[in-house]
Design a protein around this ligand. Structure first.
Ligand code: AMP
Ligand code: MG
Length: 489
């Protein structure tokens, strides 16, 4: 007997706690049906961890559920309202092409948003068509799953469903819906929206909800807004340090693309850096490098200052005291970030117990990479496997390596084997831009999913340094020009 993929028997356990919040925060709204839904990729391990039955999602009718034509049992679809500072400017936004179906309660007790992205127009669509193209949705699937395998907090991708409808961008493209799974979709911009309502109970309800959902240990705090601010700052410091450690450039760190849960969210013009250069930018519209690799920590802090502003009325009744306390929390960011950064980069050099005094050792390697145009991932991978040794004819590198080895093997080092520490911290493979493009082109243009599946398989195990996969490890050859990614996805 086949299982109805929209039924409770298929494993749906949807709750709707967000839809119980004040109506200023969302609009009840069903996804717009698509013409001929067809599952392009399905994430079976994720489906299983959500408690969804693989056979139900593999069978007939599953595409209609994953595309939003048929609602799963218990769904109560809404478009979430939010605002955002985009490239520094405040704008009211909201889900212009996404619908939240509800929160799946998993067999292990987690509560995860199930959101359809590309699901049609909503009251927040402004001039947009509410739709998404297949290539960018496959891109989000690929990169988000790669980030997860790298151990970096991120939203996940359950499926991409082709819609059978065209979307018109600069050219006509096949449409798709991405089924996104997230700890929540509460953004810095959601709090900005709540604050902009000038309706204190709305802001309070959202603050208390966010604390209960993501920081339950802080739910009873005397000062919930300040507790939330400090907790989010800590998670963002950890997240951005994790991005830096793998060379991930988000590309559009607007406040609407920063999740309070601490997950990486909204994969648009993101990409991984090849050659180490803090000025690395991929997004074609980021002309001033606001969101360059080296700008990510200060921009995260800037975004957190916008969060602090939104929370001010709840931090203290006295506006001066509120400002002092919120500012102190935001000013703690650089030191928190530095601690996470040192830990991450220390491990990349095999230092389980890194010290502040190790900073020059790390900086000098990065400077050397920058001067010589070295590949970020492969330099650390080479140090990990021992493929990079003295005698490469580079005196500066040899001198650095002698210092590193002396520090790494210092007699008082902890018992953890430096090689093991390095293998767990330095990926052998990342989603190389030319490999990503190749896989997307084959899938979206020729309907050939082979390259995408092979890439997904390699990226699912990024710390396997024994695998022979040079074609996934090498950066694009010379003469390919700078890599550019595009918004309007
Ligand atoms: P993003 O650049 O994806 O972070 O989106 C920024 C804002 O634009 C959000 O409010 C989106 O919902 C909205 N948006 C992006 N693309 C579309 C589209 N094709 N139709 C309607 N709204 C969109
Ligand atoms: Mg966004």
């Amino acid at each position: 007997m086949t299982i109805d993929p929209s039924s409770a028997e298929a494993g749906w356990r949807l709750e709707k706690t967000y839809a119980r919040l004040p109506r200023a925060l969302f609009v009840p709204m069903a996804p717009e049906p698509v013409s001929r839904p067809r599952v392009v990729v399905l994430n079976r391990p994720l489906a299983e961890s959500l408690g969804l039955k693989a056979e139900a999602l593999a069978g007939d009718g599953a595409a209609a559920v994953l595309a939003g034509n048929v609602l799963p049992s218990g769904a109560e679809p809404i478009a979430q309202a939010y605002a955002g500072h985009q490239y520094g400017h405040f704008t009211p936004l909201g889900d212009g092409r996404a619908i939240l179906l509800g929160e799946q309660v998993t067999p292990s007790g987690a509560r995860l948003d199930i959101q359809l992205k590309g699901s049609g127009r909503t009251p927040f669509s402004r001039g947009g068509d509410g739709r998404a193209a297949l290539g960018p949705m496959l891109r989000e699937f690929l990169i988000s799953e790669a980030m997860n395998a790298l151990g970096i907090p991120t939203t996940r991708s359950l499926a991409v469903v082709a819609t059978g409808d065209d979307v018109r961008r600069q050219e006509t493209l096949p449409g798709a819906v991405l089924v996104r799974v997230a700890a929540s979709h509460i953004r810095v911009g959601t709090m900005e929206w709540a604050a902009a309502q000038n309706d204190r109970p709305v802001l309070e309800a959202l603050v208390r909800y966010t604390l209960r959902r993501h920081f339950p240990g802080l739910a009873e705090s005397d000062n919930p807004a300040l507790a939330l601010l400090e907790a989010v700052i800590e998670r963002q410091a950890a997240l951005v340090a994790a991005w830096q450690a793998v060379g991930f450039v988000h590309g559009v760190m607007n406040t609407d693309n920063m999740a309070l849960s601490g997950e990486t969210i909204d994969y648009g013009p993101c990409a991984f850096m090849d050659t180490y250069d803090p000025a690395t930018v991929f997004s074609s519209i980021d002309r001033f490098g606001r969101y360059a690799y080296g700008q990510q920590p200060p921009i995260a802090q800037w975004n957190l200052a916008r969060l602090a502003e939104a929370l001010l009325p709840m931090v203290d009744a006295d506006p001066r005291k509120a400002l002092d306390r919120a500012a102190a929390a935001v000013h703690a960011f650089p030191a928190l970030y530095e601690r996470h950064w040192l830990e991450r980069f220390g491990k990349k050099l095999g230092l389980e117990a890194v010290e502040a005094a190790d900073r020059p050792l790390i900086d000098d390697l990065l400077d050397w990479m920058h001067r010589g145009g070295q590949d970020f991932t492969n330099t650390f991978a080479g140090l990990t496997t021992g493929a990079w040794r003295t005698g490469q004819g580079d005196a500066a590198f040899d001198a650095w390596q002698a210092r590193w080895v002396a520090r790494r093997d210092r007699p008082d080092r902890p018992s953890a084997d430096p090689a093991t520490v390095m293998r767990a911290a330095n990926p052998a493979v990342i989603p190389r831009n030319h490999r990503v493009e190749e896989a997307l082109a084959a899938a979206a243009t020729d309907g050939d999913l082979g390259p995408m599946h092979r890439l997904l398989e390699v990226l699912a195990d990024p710390f396997d340094h024994r695998r022979e996969a040079p074609e996934y490890q090498e950066p694009a050859g010379a003469g390919t020009g700078p890599y550019r990614t595009f918004c309007g996805t």
